[in-house]
Design a protein around this ligand. Structure first.
Ligand code: PRP
Length: 207
């Protein structure tokens, strides 16, 4: 039987995910944060951990290049994919919010310019509210956009709130609670059912 492949993104969520897997007896003793290696085998050589950019995880899982993904709900909302979302892992908790300058008054009164790493989420949110909008896709340091006059507001992840605070911005509206989810390829759930169910039920018990 092929190893079960699990996709993770490097960063805070990876540490939480590896800790959770450790608690159910899946250990990656050769894993090191500093390593540039992209694939690690667990100690029993039954599971492979694959490091992928977080926004690419849904497509790797949908296409069956990996069997399982551990990924933030923000990424799943932004990059809709045909996968089973099986479990809320209750780690990596944050919120996706509209943020900008305090007392931003013009939010409902004219074409709103929004900067975001999440253009689909932003567009959907403001379209649903019936607000005429233009979304500018950025790839990071989104907080700069209202400060430099590139946009009126931003749509971004807020975890501790430190980045907003240190840049003189505040949350204006909350869009969605976010946490890490376990997603599974639809075919793998049948073909590797026993191994995958074991991982799911193990994680279910501890989250
Ligand atoms: C994320 C997000 C915010 C920040 C929020 O950025 O886009 O900028 O974290 O976290 P906080 O509320 O705890 O301050 P990330 O660290 O991924 O960097 P990036 O802006 O380069 O994408």
């Amino acid at each position: 039987m092929d190893a079960v492949k699990i996709a993770l993104a490097k960063g805070r969520l990876a540490d939480d995910a590896i800790t959770l897997l450790g608690k159910i007896g899946i250990n990656f003793n050769d894993y090191s944060k500093k390593s540039r290696k992209l694939i690690f085998k667990d100690d029993c050589e039954k599971i492979k951990l694959v490091f992928v950019k977080s926004s690419d995880i849904p497509v790797y899982v949908e296409k069956g290049a990996v069997d399982i993904g551990i990924v933030g709900k923000d990424v799943l909302l932004e990059n809709e994919a045909d996968v089973y979302e099986i479990l809320n892992l209750n780690v990596g908790k944050c919120k996706i919010c509209v943020a900008g300058f305090k007392n931003y008054e013009r939010i409902h009164s004219r074409k709103l310019i929004i900067a975001s790493k999440y253009p689909n989420i932003a567009k959907k949110y403001f379209n649903k509210k019936g607000i005429f909008n233009e979304v500018i896709k950025l790839n990071g340091s989104v907080e700069l956009a209202p400060i430099l006059g590139l946009s009126d507001v931003i749509v971004d992840i807020v975890e501790t709130g430190t980045t907003l605070k240190e840049n003189g911005l505040v949350v204006l509206e909350e869009i969605h609670d976010i946490s890490a989810r376990l997603v599974v390829n639809k075919v793998s759930l049948k073909t590797k059912n026993e191994e995958i169910e074991k991982i799911i039920s193990g994680l279910e018990r501890i989250v």
